[in-house]
Write a protein of this length. Structure first.
Length: 275
């Protein structure tokens, strides 16, 4: 994998071409954090990019930035949990670019963090609706446009719900993130016949804005960690990871460099979950 710090080599094949030349990628949650970094990385590797997010000037900035590096980009204002809008937006994206090769189903929220007895069915539905149903709707609507050429689908899950269960009040989030991994595996089996690969990525703590919309981050239990590591530490980084590091994994999974990898989950957590 190329380093995101090395702009010159980024996204290049061993022969100097671009890994995603002529391909189209679709990224949900593209306005911020991991989705933004991935959209830019995929564009640098040659892809034109459809950006899906709730309307926000940040997403428009990503669109401009991608155009400035010579790729096509279009922003679609869509709530990933809305079946009608998702069907419409993904069809419009496929028509606009003529093909869809890479899907990064990444939009997500922490949701309301609360003890189970205080969690309402409405807040449960909101978290599962965006994180899990949103992933299903992204894949469901993209598949008809990928069956001819094959492609790669990458789903952002989390360590939380798969390897780490220490966050107090995160039952809905964890359930949604575990569900995404199970969904990725079933989709990989079902879609292999079309040469569509499906993988989940499970980041540990990454420096993004996701905590800002969370009602009760302060309620999170302190995780038990050895004294030489501060709270939330990752041994490799001595702190949270960067969105660009996740974006490099997304590019690897999007490209033919990972042509035999499907139906798996990949942890990108600097060994946080080994503490
Ligand atoms: P972020 O808040 O920076 O980005 C999330 C993006 O998703 C935002 O642009 C937001 O507008 C968009 N979004 C939210 N709800 C949406 C909806 N209903 N429809 C369309 N777009 C919507 O957060 P991030 O950390 O980059 O999160 C991206 C993914 O990474 C999420 O699925 C999250 O669960 C996962 N994740 C994050 C971390 C972390 O520590 N940051 C760790 C593990 C997994």
């Amino acid at each position: 994998m190329n380093s995101s710090l090395d702009g010159e080599r980024q996204g290049a094949t061993p022969t100097g071409g671009l890994l995603l030349q002529g391909k189209t990628a679709l990224v949900t949650g593209a306005g911020s954090g991991i989705g933004r970094a991935a959209a830019l990385n995929l564009a640098r590797a040659g892809a034109n990019v459809c950006l899906l997010d709730l309307i926000d000037e940040r997403t428009e900035d990503v669109e401009k930035e991608i155009r400035s590096i010579g790729r096509e980009a279009e922003f679609f204002d869509v709530d990933v949990s809305d079946p009608g809008r998702m069907e419409q937006a993904i069809r419009a994206a496929a028509e606009r670019f003529g093909r869809l090769d890479v899907i990064f189903a990444n939009a997500g929220i922490n949701g309301t963090l609360a003890p189970i007895e205080d969690l309402t069915p409405e807040t449960w539905d909101q978290t599962l609706g965006i994180n899990l149903k949103g992933t299903f709707l992204t894949v469901k609507n993209a598949v008809p446009h990928m069956k001819t050429n094959g492609g790669s689908i990458i789903i952002t899950s989390s360590i939380n719900g798969n390897r780490k269960f220490s966050g107090f009040g995160m039952s809905a989030y964890s359930a949604s993130k575990a569900g995404q991994v199970a969904f990725a595996k079933m989709a990989a089996l079902e879609l292999a016949r079309y040469r569509i690969r499906v993988n989940a990525i499970c980041p540990g703590g990454i420096q993004t804005n996701i905590g800002e919309n969370t009602n009760s981050t302060k309620q999170l239990d302190k995780i038990r960690i050895p004294v030489e590591y501060p709270e939330g530490a990752q041994p490799l980084e001595h702190g949270p990871g960067r969105p660009e590091q996740v974006a490099d994994l997304v590019l690897f999974l999007a490209s033919e460099q990972s042509s035999h990898i499907t139906g798996t989950e990949i942890y990108i957590d600097g060994a946080e979950t080994l503490l």
